[in-house]
Write a protein that binds this ligand. Structure first.
Ligand SMILES: [Zn+2]
Length: 353
């Protein structure tokens, strides 16, 4: 009798523990796994005025990328270590093609580089993805790049040359810009996985690579990074007719391109790189910077849009929310709104209008 009672008590305890555990996982775990921010070095270097790590702790951001400072400098490495010690993921989101395919090779090996529409090789953009020897140079340089820019989350970013045109040589003609990028990335991921078997590599859908690849398929480990650079931030992506003055793509076009990309790349690993908080973009990359017009309703609506596509990784430029910004404008509640919106979003949350 006693042992039956003990067994019942034990079974009840296990049931309660499991129930509580399950409840905790489903109710309290944020839907968005990566809740990130991409900052300039000047934004983080003066924590007495704006302490980004403290803001991240208090509001649930978990991933940081910092550009604009020599990645080998003592100050930079010290900051990186501090981020890691405090439990954040640290990564490097940057254009890297000039690093992987050094421009000084153009003189001796112009065939590594892209051909323009007039049949002339150019050192100003990306390489020729049909050049086997050029691809080999890139692969040989991957390890040094990746080790000196080692992320804590195995997510690597070797974005193509910013704004660079594509290769128009006979062999490359059939590929669109995203195909050409993917050929490079499919080689880079192989080189990465030789020393980091868990490596993941971003395929940045941005500018001319926003339309999905048409021919080339991604190798395992390539993830979509969707960056709707030419959208508006005063209207949600769900407003399909919205279009920024002078631009070509409507929000509807962006959503269609996102869907096309998600037919090629897995949604589970896909990531969004947004500009909701990008003061540098709103200022035309000219200081002194303007005050951000923050549209929390648009941001929350966009989160719903991305979540409905199954995207669980979100990061955002917040460049130039720095010492000057705080001293001049004071209010940085937009940053808290962003972080809390990400942290508190739950699957199936209704759209806020
Ligand atoms: Zn080519």
């Amino acid at each position: 009798m006693y042992s039956d009672f003990a067994r019942l008590f034990f079974a009840l305890s296990v049931f309660l523990l499991v129930s509580c555990g399950t409840g905790r996982n489903t109710d309290d775990t944020p839907f968005f796994e990566m809740r990130g921010v991409v900052l300039a070095w000047d934004d983080v270097k003066n924590p007495e005025v704006i302490d980004w790590l403290d803001i991240m702790h208090k509001n649930g951001l978990n991933t940081i990328s910092v550009f604009g400072k020599d990645y080998k400098s003592v100050e930079y490495l010290k900051f990186k270590q501090q981020c890691i010690d405090e439990g954040f993921d640290f990564e490097y989101e940057e254009h890297a093609m000039s690093w992987l395919l050094p421009r000084d090779l153009f003189k001796s090996h112009p065939e590594y580089f892209r051909m323009d529409e007039n049949g002339v090789r150019q050192p100003d953009g990306n390489g020729c993805p049909s050049s086997e020897d050029g691809l080999k140079v890139i692969m040989d340089n991957v390890r040094e790049f990746a080790e000196s820019h080692a992320p804590t989350n195995h997510r690597y970013y070797t974005w193509l040359y910013d704004g660079g045109d594509i290769c128009h040589c006979d062999k490359c003609k059939k590929y669109n810009a995203a195909d050409q990028g993917l050929i490079f990335e499919n080689h880079i991921i192989k080189a990465l996985r030789e020393f980091d078997p868990e490596a993941m590599l971003a395929h940045l859908a941005y500018s001319n690579t926003t339309p999905a690849p048409s021919i080339v398929k991604p190798e395992e480990g390539i993830f979509l990074e969707f960056a709707p650079f030419f959208r508006r931030w005063d209207k949600p992506l769900s407003d399909r007719e919205a279009i920024r003055d002078g631009e070509y793509w409507t929000h509807g076009d962006y959503l269609d391109m996102l869907e096309d990309n998600l037919a090629v790349f897995p949604a589970e690993t896909a990531q969004v790189l947004e500009y909701w908080l990008d003061v540098s973009q709103r200022s035309g990359w000219k200081k002194p910077q303007v005050q951000l017009e923050w549209h929390n309703d648009v941001f929350l609506d966009d989160l719903k849009t991305y979540a409905d596509y199954g995207i669980k990784n979100i990061t955002c430029y917040a460049a130039w929310i720095d010492e000057y910004y705080v001293k001049t404008y004071g209010d940085i509640s937009c940053v808290e709104d962003y972080a809390v919106g990400l942290r508190d979003y739950r699957s199936g949350q209704s759209r806020q209008k």
